[in-house]
Design a protein around this ligand. Structure first.
Ligand SMILES: NC(=O)C1=CN([C@@H]2O[C@H](COP(=O)(O)OP(=O)(O)OC[C@H]3O[C@@H](n4cnc5c(N)ncnc54)[C@H](O)[C@@H]3O)[C@@H](O)[C@H]2O)[C@H](O)CC1
Ligand SMILES: [K+]
Length: 523
């Protein structure tokens, strides 16, 4: 499923009429109709009953831009259907958009009940409120007047207990970054147009949008996006397309030979988790390379399917592998950067870099904060160190070190930074956060839509690394392995979450991977 940013939505507004001959007014008509369909999907609008009166109605709270105009269209459709509606207007109607003026004229001609916000006081009869104060047209902080209106809505909702819907995005939510302005409310539902807005998938936006319903615009807007970078959701539909059946005669030689490199005196758990996850994801043969000193302990702890070797003999260790994943538990001692470099120099096959291997790389590039602020995408990121084509799986802290930028900035410009990094370095970046994203060298970004709070525990990332390596060893491309790995890992955790809340471990996620694979194969 596609994901749209504010810029994409504006581009669609501009280009669909030009290239496809479908006017903005028609798109708006479909958007308004989509709001109505979404409301019907949730309530029997013919017997609206807010438990207080039989005079209840659907209230549309409309700003004077096209977001408000969508609300006016929806109100008109509901009037035709005989559903009681009222409209309140927020803002200066003398400064409205052209389409708002047109839709308002229509609602007035039909005798719809329309009040200015200050005149409205019939909150006790509101059954459902639909907010169209603003959508993708938000600029800067919310103006005081808007904050006051939103505050009133919130107070009235607590008092009268009606559901609150947002048109396209909640007023105050940045539809691209998911950041929210002070005063933004939390909603029960958001009806968003064409495709889900990126800001509804990123925190804190994801937490305030409620249940998202996508309403079609009535024209194949995908056709006009051309070579714009695309963003897509990671969900079961995508994963089902990526997973392959195994041929019946597949043997361990066909299913790949994976090497995991990691471990140090203080950390033996991380590489064990990664190697075991590679086994559970279906790799034919898995070897774990650890420093000689910890080899006996590791051998005593790990499942017997994994062979353990010593990293001291590293040339021989690399031979015949379909994938090498390096980093879990490697440590941060002064010898590690040279060790990581020597592996990068001597191994030319598919590579996954995680954890301390990423730390060992240090800064690999830098961010121009001004360009980031101004959205000058091309000049945001400068490469300082070339990297081999590989999958990199940093969490926010590790990414912060790689690009030399505080986490706060990364959180605010999550997808832009992931995309620029993957494009400029030509690597597959799995940025592990909430949500995790996978950015590809061609600029496509996949955003994870599943997973749960139980995944926030030590070792979960090591399992993901092992899963991705496991898929690569079985012949999946680096990018498919990253996307499929993120899905399977989160889905396994979701299955466990159903019965164990957060009381499950990374090892449990690893051992349940097979359930997800069989679910994807429809077995
Ligand atoms: N392609 C699509 O997805 C379509 C979307 N539609 C709808 O159009 C809006 C975007 O409309 P636009 O006129 O560009 O802007 P808005 O109505 O969202 O906002 C303008 C409105 O908001 C006021 N405003 C802006 N910033 C602030 C602020 N910081 N504080 C207070 N008020 C602010 C501004 O003054 C204007 O009054 C999109 O979301 C969809 O709902 C089309 O209908 C169909 C195609
Ligand atoms: K809105």
């Amino acid at each position: 499923m596609n994901i749209l940013t504010t810029e994409d939505a504006r581009f669609i507004d501009r280009e669909v009429p030009k290239q496809l001959g479908v006017s903005l007014e028609i798109l708006m008509e479909n958007a308004g109709r989509g709001i109505v369909d979404a409301l019907w999907g949730q309530y029997d609008l013919f017997s609206l009953d807010n438990a207080r009166s039989i005079n209840s109605f659907v209230l549309f709270i409309c700003g004077t831009g096209n977001n408000g105009a969508d609300g006016l269209v929806a109100a008109r459709h509901l009037m035709e259907q005989g559903v009681p509606v009222q409209i309140v207007l927020v803002g200066d109607t003398s400064k409205c958009s052209d389409l708002f003026a047109l839709q308002l004229e229509r609602c007035e001609a039909m005798g719809c009940i329309i009040d200015m916000y200050d005149e409205f006081n019939d909150w006790s009869n509101v059954a459902v409120a639909v907010e169209g104060i603003m959508g993708t047209g938000l600029t800067g902080k919310l103006r005081d007047l808007t904050v006051d209106v939103l505050h009133d809505i919130d107070t009235m909702r607590s008092q009268y207990n009606f559901d609150l819907w947002a048109i396209d995005v909640p007023a105050g939510l940045d539809a691209t970054t998911g950041q929210i302005a002070e005063g933004t409310l939390a909603y029960d539902y958001t009806v968003t147009f064409g495709a889900i807005k990126q800001g509804l998938l990123l925190y804190p936006g994801k937490a305030v949008g409620g249940i998202a319903v996508v309403a079609p615009l009535g024209a194949p807007w995908q056709k006009v996006l051309g070579d714009r970078d695309i963003t897509v959701t990671i969900d079961s539909n995508l994963a089902e397309k990526l997973i392959n059946y195994r041929i019946p005669m597949a043997h361990k030689g066909v299913n790949g030979n994976a090497l995991i490199i990691g471990g140090s005196n203080d950390m033996i758990g991380a590489p064990i988790l990664a190697a075991e996850a590679a086994v559970h994801s279906g790799a034919g043969k898995v070897t774990l390379g650890v420093p000689e000193v910890i080899k006996p302990v590791v051998q005593g702890r790990i499942i017997p399917e994994v062979m353990v070797t010593s990293t001291e003999a590293h040339k021989a260790m690399l031979e015949g592998r379909q994938v090498v994943a390096m980093g879990p538990g490697l440590g941060r001692t002064s010898d590690i950067p040279d060790f990581v470099d020597s592996i990068l120099d001597s191994y030319e096959g598919p590579l996954v870099l995680d954890a301390d291997a990423l730390y060992a790389l240090g800064h690999v590039g830098s961010v121009d904060k001004d360009a980031l602020r101004d959205g000058e995408i091309e000049s945001i990121y400068a490469v300082e160190r070339d990297l081999p084509y590989c999958v990199m799986t940093p969490h926010l802290g590790e990414f912060s070190r790689l690009i030399d930028l505080p986490i706060k900035w990364i959180e605010r410009h999550y997808i832009t930074l992931a995309r620029e990094f993957a494009k400029k370095h030509q690597v597959v970046l799995v940025l592990k956060g909430i949500p995790s994203v996978v950015a590809l060298p061609d600029g496509t970004v996949y955003v994870n839509t599943i997973g749960n709070a139980g995944m926030g525990s030590g070792g979960m990332g090591d399992v993901l690394t092992g899963v991705i390596a496991g898929f690569i060893s079985q012949g999946y491309s680096l990018q498919d392995s990253a996307v499929l790995g993120v899905y399977v890992h989160s889905r396994s955790a979701d299955i466990l979450n159903d019965t164990k809340a957060w009381g499950y471990t990374p090892s449990d996620v690893s051992t349940s991977l097979g359930c997800v694979i069989s679910e994807l194969l429809g077995e």
